[in-house]
Design a protein around this ligand. Structure first.
Ligand code: NAP
Length: 319
């Protein structure tokens, strides 16, 4: 746990990862900033861990993209978090000091203290109660990737008769998508690099290597051809799914728009989808591989590793 800091006039300070100009991870610095105070209708959270997502570096990569997300300078960093409620503003119901929570805080979660409206949502910032049995590092990975996987799978309406092809199955969203698809009874064929095959099998997917010749490799597998597909990386999985006869209305993308197929966004998943995921984790039915953890002071290295796009599972920054 971090030590409480004070500035020269005695105001409480907290660390926060910030950018003073938009760009790559080299722009990220850790600052000591005044700790925000919870106003009416707000809660303050002492963040314990923050999971990284590609959206973090996409949103802050240049001024034009940042403006589309309503971000301005100096800009915070990171969206997923887990922590503990440490202030409760006037008029707030449903939260008490000491409650363990997890959720989203758009581009500001890598900070010792964050404020949240008590009735926010995944886009504005939200705090869900962390169930017993879910540790903070894991809770800090659930909101963006879990909601996105749930929203995408909802478009496909999988059942025990289905085989779903998941492209990019071992990444942050993939680990949730593979396991949620398996929980719905579907068989999963998941793409990854050759080196990720054993890891994909451990998640419950039949592994297949992405790249040229993917359709032939899938045809050569034992078992039925895919009846549905989810592309978590780009458009290659969509193309191969169509080639294998999967109808457009059973194909979904999250990383690129493809005319004629579904596109999913994490914001479409209701809060109950995320609570279900947290309970699956608590009950040991779903696990989140955490590839590596970093202290806040090493935030640049954490982001560089995440942005290389070959992480198996999630990267978490400890606060
Ligand atoms: N629409 C939304 O609401 C939403 C929400 C979250 C994420 N996204 C987007 O969805 C994408 C996935 O997010 P994520 O968090 O899962 O990313 P991620 O964790 O960075 O994904 C890494 C995974 O991608 C795999 N991969 C690398 N190259 C690949 C290729 N050519 N074909 C297939 N897979 C490949 C890697 O497998 P190997 O290590 O085996 O190479 C690794 O397992 C990102 O573009 C992100 O921006 C969208």
């Amino acid at each position: 746990m971090h030590k409480q800091r004070e500035n020269r006039i005695g105001a409480q300070l907290g660390r926060a990862a910030r950018l003073e100009s938009f760009g790559g991870p080299e722009k990220l610095k850790v600052w000591n900033v005044p700790a925000p105070q919870a106003g009416p209708g707000e809660i303050r959270i002492r963040v314990v861990a923050a999971g990284l997502n590609p959206m973090d570096w996409v949103m802050t990569s240049d001024a034009e993209t940042a403006a589309r997300f309503g971000l301005s300078l100096p800009c915070g960093y990171g969206t997923d978090y887990a922590g503990v409620v440490d202030q409760v503003g006037e008029g707030v119901a449903g939260y008490s000091v000491g409650d363990r929570v997890f959720g989203t805080a758009l581009s500001r979660s890598l900070a010792d203290y964050i404020l949240m409206s008590a009735d926010g949502d995944i886009a504005s910032g939200v705090a869900h109660h962390t169930p017993e049995g879910v540790e903070d590092r894991t809770a800090a990975t659930l909101a963006i990737a879990g909601s996105t996987a749930a929203a995408a799978l909802a478009k496909l309406d999988l059942g025990p008769g289905d085989t779903v092809l998941i492209g990019g199955a071992g990444g942050g969203v993939g680990v949730f998508a593979v396991q949620l698809a398996r929980l719905s009874g579907a068989r999963v064929v998941g793409t990854g690099s050759a080196a990720s095959a054993g890891y994909l099998s451990s998640l419950g997917a039949t592994p297949v290597t992405y790249g040229d010749g993917l359709a032939e490799r899938i045809r050569a597998l034992d078992g039925a051809l895919p009846t549905a597909a989810l592309d978590l990386h780009g458009t290659d999985t969509v193309d191969v799914a169509r080639e294998l006869g999967v109808p457009n209305d059973r194909i979904c993308t999250i990383a690129a728009a493809v005319p004629g197929v579904h596109a999913a966004n994490g914001a479409e998943a209701g809060p109950e989808a995320l609570q279900d995921i947290a309970h699956y984790v608590a009950e040991g039915e779903l696990r989140v591989p955490i590839a590596k953890t970093f202290p806040l002071v090493q935030v640049r290295a954490a982001v560089e590793l995440q942005a290389a796009r070959h992480v198996r599972g999630k990267i978490v920054v400890d606060l």
